[in-house]
Design a protein around this ligand. Structure first.
Ligand code: SAM
Length: 228
């Protein structure tokens, strides 16, 4: 076996050989850098996009659709005689929480998408309401809203019956609830504000809690009659 056959992987000898070897090494390094950058960009794109796409895969799809300026104004109008604590359920980019804080509320937002929560915190800090706002990365179905006296929800029709029950059980009688764009299915609103897609429905907990109580009493009586 010749020496050349023994070292088949060695770069070819002769004039220009080292230049050719260096060139192919340079190309493979460039290939690695490009592949790494492409892979990194894809991972980054996935990390940013996934929380926005994920709601579509959940049983109840509640996507990020920010409130219009008129909608925010209608919410504030509905709560103009109120004060104290406020929560926006599914707070998006924090616009309702921040607007409420500017009107004197201690305002909190619960939101599943971490990017929106980080952005909301930054915006609250930039707009000078950092100390009267708080934003939580949480699933709305896994937290209790019992401590809030004002509740805002911009939901979707598919979730409103389930949320109705949850809020009727958790909220104190002194609470007020404002529903944006879609009303609750069985609660009777005290009044509405705005029109079209910017309509908000205003509910007093005292009313819907007594409705729930009456419903439960009726249910209990029906069950008792069925048992006898
Ligand atoms: C229609 S947007 C309303 C945004 C904001 N409240 C506003 O009015 O501008 C609903 C928000 O709820 C969030 N969301 C969806 N499912 C959620 C869940 N299970 N828990 C908490 N937030 C959720 C979405 O990411 C989205 O930002």
């Amino acid at each position: 076996m010749s020496q050349q056959e023994l070292f088949v992987d060695s770069p070819p000898a002769g004039p220009g050989a080292s230049e050719a070897g260096g060139g192919s090494r340079g190309r493979s390094r460039l290939g690695l850098v490009v592949t790494g950058m492409l892979g990194g960009s894809l991972v980054a794109l996935y990390a940013v996009a996934a929380p926005f796409v994920a709601p579509a895969l959940r049983k109840i799809c509640l996507p990020f659709v920010p409130a219009t300026t008129a909608q925010v104004e209608n919410v504030l109008q509905a709560l103009r005689v109120r004060s104290g604590s406020l929560v926006d359920i599914g707070s998006g980019d924090g616009r309702i929480v921040i607007a409420a804080a500017k009107h004197g509320f201690r305002a909190s937002g619960f939101e599943l998408n971490p990017w929106l929560v980080w952005y909301s915190r930054y915006k609250a800090w930039r707009e000078g309401v950092h100390s009267s706002t708080s934003f939580h990365i949480s699933d709305l179905w896994k937290v209790s809203f019992a401590q809030y006296s004002n509740v805002v929800i911009f939901g979707v029709p598919q979730m409103m019956d389930q949320l109705e029950l949850k809020l009727a059980r958790e909220l104190p009688s002194s609470a007020r609830v404002v529903a944006c764009r879609f009303p609750f299915p069985t609660w009777l609103p005290e009044h509405t504000a705005g029109e079209g897609i910017d309509t908000v429905w205003v509910y007093n907990a005292k009313t819907f809690k007594s409705q729930l109580q009456q419903g439960l009493t009726r249910q209990t009586m029906t069950t008792a009659q069925e048992d006898t």
